[in-house]
Design a protein around this ligand. Structure first.
Ligand code: ATR
Length: 273
């Protein structure tokens, strides 16, 4: 699509910038829906984050996505943070409101929930979240909001306890406690498996039929997901969390229905380029 003086510019702020597939997903969605907008990636080191966010106001940029390592730090540069992002403790979406105020929101938790809903309705289900870092908070929040019975397991148990208490999850423990919980849903938010053939839990701890989602998306078929398939559980690739969180941003920013299949295709193609 040709750019003009009317083209809406938006993008993602992260550091380092090289690896994001967000521009591919959003630009494909804009094109498919005939929306005159361009989505760029801005490599912003932590010491420049405040300048970058203030720059939105200066330039009149309506929307910016915020990714690693800025999701927490960005909050101090905003005028308003919505209650959900406040509860999660992270912002991944900044919007310049009509009154000139900078507003923070979070679509990561919706992405996790929508991805999961492709396979299972989480309400009333026993769900286990592996990990207790920043990514875990959004996932736990989403599951709680959907009415799941949530346990948080982490290598460092004290962090699992802190997270479970702060968001009201039922249980916490170490990674070895998975089997005893007979989960119907397992979501890995640890970095274990990222570009390595390892899993945070023993294959034998995965119950047959459980939906097993991995926030790690490189490689697409992580060790955890392959173990899940072998155990006759239902593996769900981490790419769907990213596709659905981007889709929610698209909905928020354009008010249009996101073309999910086109965004997922763009995600796949971005890997090959
Ligand atoms: P993020 O914001 O992406 O969640 P993070 O806050 O650094 O990143 O959290 C990383 C998560 O991966 C933590 O739950 C971490 O466990 P600890 O709290 O015990 O550090 C988990 N993690 C990282 N490496 C791990 C490993 N080798 N084995 C098990 N868990 C690991």
């Amino acid at each position: 699509m040709a750019m003009s003086a009317k083209t809406m510019v938006c993008g993602i702020v992260l550091h380092p910038a090289g690896h994001t597939r967000s521009p591919a997903m959003h630009n494909a969605a804009f094109e498919a829906c005939g929306i005159d907008a361009a989505y760029l990636a801005f490599d912003v080191p932590p010491q420049r984050l405040g300048d970058a966010i203030q720059g939105m106001r200066g330039l009149g940029l309506r929307q910016l996505a915020v990714s690693i390592p800025h999701k927490r730090a960005v909050m101090e540069h905003l005028d308003r943070v919505d209650p959900t992002a406040q509860a999660i403790g992270a912002v991944n979406t900044v919007t310049l409101a009509e009154d000139g105020g900078l507003e923070g929101a979070n679509t990561d938790w919706i992405g996790a929930l929508r991805a999961l809903e492709q396979k299972i309705e989480p309400g009333g289900k026993r769900a286990v979240v592996l990990g207790a870092g920043g990514a875990a908070r959004g996932v736990v929040y989403g599951l709680m909001r959907a009415g799941a019975d949530v346990s948080v397991l982490n290598r460092t148990e004290s962090r699992a306890e802190e997270l479970a208490n702060s968001l009201g999850a039922s249980r916490f423990g170490g990674l070895g406690e998975l089997a005893a919980l007979s989960p119907e849903i397992i979501i890995n938010t640890t970095s274990v498996g990222l570009r390595s053939d390892s899993s945070p839990v023993a294959a034998e701890a995965i119950p047959a039929d459980a939906v097993v989602m991995d926030a790690v998306y490189e490689p697409e078929q992580t060790r955890l997901l392959r173990d899940a398939a072998e155990r006759r559980a239902q593996p769900l690739e981490g790419k769907w969390m990213l596709v659905h969180q981007a889709a929610e941003q698209f909905r928020l920013w354009t008010g249009s229905q996101p073309p999910i299949a086109i965004m997922a295709e763009a995600f796949d193609r971005a890997d090959q380029s």
